[in-house]
Design a protein around this ligand. Structure first.
Ligand code: TYD
Length: 392
């Protein structure tokens, strides 16, 4: 693996700090990203033990996002119409935002974060609060195999991909399909969205890399959809090679050719990206400095895991940002890891109190701009770092 990006010493992205713990030393790790020339996988080099990240205090809930709720609902509708599954396993079922679109008799969840698993159990969905493994796959599919395995924004969080796909392969019926959804490496590199890299995102997948990983298990991608979630994601439709029901669609060839044209198979592309990240840091700091000199009131909007990478890499803290607004109940009253900026309960932006808001949740830009149209009308601005740092 060749290292191409160094994002410095970073805290654990989703470890929001309680006021009483502000003085305690935070756990840090070196956030470095590398490229594997053999299989084209891009991954962080030093990983954090999964138990430290996915425990009974996991803050992210899919259901709290309108965009995610809609995305899952639309996909579920398509799945029911096209694939008519009788047994669905969701790996990383979070709080049930996807599962809830299916009958309780046919859909089960796997969710190691106990605080989240409790929520799907409450909704009467059978949920296994364990990490996905071959042992668990055998237990779940003892009576029948799954005709659909779904996993969104989860497999990129798991280090041992071979074990994961082995267990998925075991779980799938002969003609069963696997649908995966994760941030797209092409979007990440094109948008200089280096904040897709944090402790939980062990991998950011490209199609060419995923294809190589799947090959070992006689699994193949037969369709790809680009989605807007999480700043540009890919939804991969995967089948066993022996399954001839689904032909490989042009979307797969098209995505691969886009990736090769952009150079996702070459280390030089990642080295160029790394230079752009350094540039991005300089530009972002310049913008913050200028705004501060003008005495403008700057806050943060959306205390995302992604913003943890940006703030800590660029060393932006209370020196520039007074506080963050966020809608997630768990985060309110806590402080962002590393930068230790207070997170307050979201209120509609008021131009009398706020001049500029740093878009931590840039992936929800459209939703946020709609919500804050009055602030924008009155001359309120946003700072974003994607694709280039600018005031909008
Ligand atoms: P998310 O996009 O999941 O990012 P990450 O995976 O990097 O943590 O998180 C979005 C965060 O932004 C979440 O904490 C909720 C917050 N948010 C708001 O506060 N207001 C909004 O209008 C939106 C869309 C999100």
């Amino acid at each position: 693996m060749e290292k191409f990006l160094n994002l410095g010493s970073q805290p654990l992205a989703n470890s929001y700090i309680k006021k009483s713990n502000l003085k305690l030393k935070e756990k840090k790790f070196k956030l470095q990203v590398g490229f594997n020339k053999k299989n084209y996988l891009v991954s962080i080099i030093n990983t954090v033990p999964k138990e430290k990240m996915f425990n009974n205090e996991y803050p992210y809930k899919s259901s709290e996002s309108k965009t995610m709720r809609k995305s899952f609902k639309d996909l579920a509708k398509k799945i029911k119409k096209k694939y008519k599954p009788n047994f669905i396993i969701e790996i990383g079922s979070n709080d049930g935002a996807f599962l809830k679109n299916f009958s309780k008799n046919i859909a089960v969840g796997v969710e190691p974060c106990k605080n989240l698993a409790r929520l799907t159990v409450k909704k009467k969905y059978k949920t296994f609060s364990e990490y996905w493994s071959i042992k668990l796959a055998k237990k779940i599919t003892k009576i029948k195999k799954a005709d659909l395995v779904y996993s969104a924004n989860t497999l990129s969080h798991i280090k041992k991909l071979d074990e994961i796909f082995n267990a998925i392969n075991y779980s799938l019926s002969r003609n069963g399909i696997l649908i995966l959804e994760d941030p797209s490496l092409l979007s990440c590199i094109k948008n200089v969205a280096y904040d897709q890299f944090y402790c939980e995102h062990i991998y950011v997948f490209s199609t060419i890399a995923l294809k190589n990983v799947l090959k070992k298990f006689d699994l193949e991608i037969f369709d790809i959809q680009n989605t807007k979630t999480h700043g540009g994601s890919n939804r991969y439709f995967i089948k066993k090679k022996i399954n001839n029901i689904y032909k490989i669609k042009n979307s797969v060839r098209a995505e691969i050719s886009k990736e090769l044209k952009f150079g996702l198979h070459k280390i030089s592309t990642y080295k160029k990206f790394s230079l752009k990240v350094k540039e991005s840091k300089k530009k972002l700091l310049k913008i913050f400095l200028k705004a501060k000199i003008k005495n403008l009131n700057i806050i943060g909007y959306g205390a995302t895991a992604k913003s943890c990478t940006v703030l800590n890499y660029c060393q932006v803290g209370g020196n520039f940002i007074d506080y963050f607004y966020d809608t997630t109940s768990y985060k309110i009253g806590r402080y962002l890891p590393g930068s230790k900026i207070l997170i307050k309960k979201y209120k509609k932006l008021d131009k009398k109190k706020v001049d500029i808001a740093f878009l931590g949740a840039w992936n929800f830009k459209e939703e946020i701009f709609k919500k804050e149209k009055n602030f924008i009308k009155k001359g309120g601005k946003f700072i974003t770092h994607v694709p280039i740092p600018q005031i909008i």
